[in-house]
Design a protein around this ligand. Sequence first.
Ligand SMILES: *Cc1c(COP(=O)(O)O)cnc(C)c1O
Length: 366
Amino acid sequence: MIPISVVKLDEAAERLAVEVIRSGVLAQGPMVARLEREFADLVGVEHAVAVNNGTTALVAALQALDLEPGDEVVTSPFTFVATLNAILEAGATARFADIREEDFCVDPQALAAAVGPRTKVLMPVHLYGQPADMDAIVPLAQQHDLAIVEDTAQSLGATISGRGAGSFGLGTFSLYATKNLTTGEGGMITTNDDALADKLRVLRNQGMRARYQYEMAGHNYRLTDLQAALGIPQLAAYGDNVKRRKDNAARLSAGLADVPGLRLPTELPGRSHVWHQYTLLVTDEAPVDRDEVISRLSAAGVGCGIYYPKTVYDYECYRDHPRVIADPAPVTERVVRQCVSIPVHHHLTDSQVDQVIEAVRKAVAA
Ligand SMILES: *Cc1c(COP(=O)(O)O)cnc(C)c1O
């Protein structure tokens, strides 16, 4: 069996975890501070604020922007449910701009069309490891005086015109077990804005500036030193791991280029892709449909996943929600029927990648 993701930490992580256990500081302490510093360097920002998961990172980022009831956040309808849940948790109204098939991220034109008098935040999702078209999104935000919150959960280290994903406003990251860099559970918020970074640090710690000095109604969003210890060695290895993912993606693309009925993912000009997922579309020209491809791949021992099987708001619990506005998303509605992700992670060997290629070629044949 070749799994879609593998969680494997090295001895350096073990050593640091033991150091934390022996130190007696298990909650937020010096390891979190070190993770934050090194994380900020990787993204290319002034500040990184660690929190306990990626959903919290989104919620805290929105809370820091002081949204009021009726304020709208426009995001992608093709995302993990956390993106939507965070908007609702923050008390805002969720709106959606359809994606482009080229990068699976929000279409800047659809985003512009979704901006209205109540819009306060643009929230692009950098999906699968490739960033959204920030060269078009940033001017749009400036033109309408909107904040940018980038859901960068899947795209740590990706760049747009040389700038790090997560550096254009508030960037939010997940360090969940299957993400490119993991602390089991964990999250991070990045920014170059000193005031917002300061506010987020106070917010995550019960709104407390110094002991019993409360400045706002906050929360406990803190990450632990034990978790941070697991992440620190992965930051040092991150460039090598992404290189391995890029090589695996290139090998997959070369091996699948001539298969009719498949649309392969590409790294778009000016953007770097960190290959969190390698996601194919099984188009209507293919002799079999996506679900048949998946059952054949599973039978052949190749792990695969559907990220995501439905438009994010297309569930009963959001249907009559007063703060979920289901703007139409025809591209997303097609892509959710056609997408399948296959293994690309950095623990794969060349021969495993070749096995994946063979299995996909057979699975898509008549
Ligand atoms: C993983 C993920 C999140 C949420 O992160 P958690 O750490 O699981 O809370 C949010 N958005 C996207 C796009 C994700 O992939």
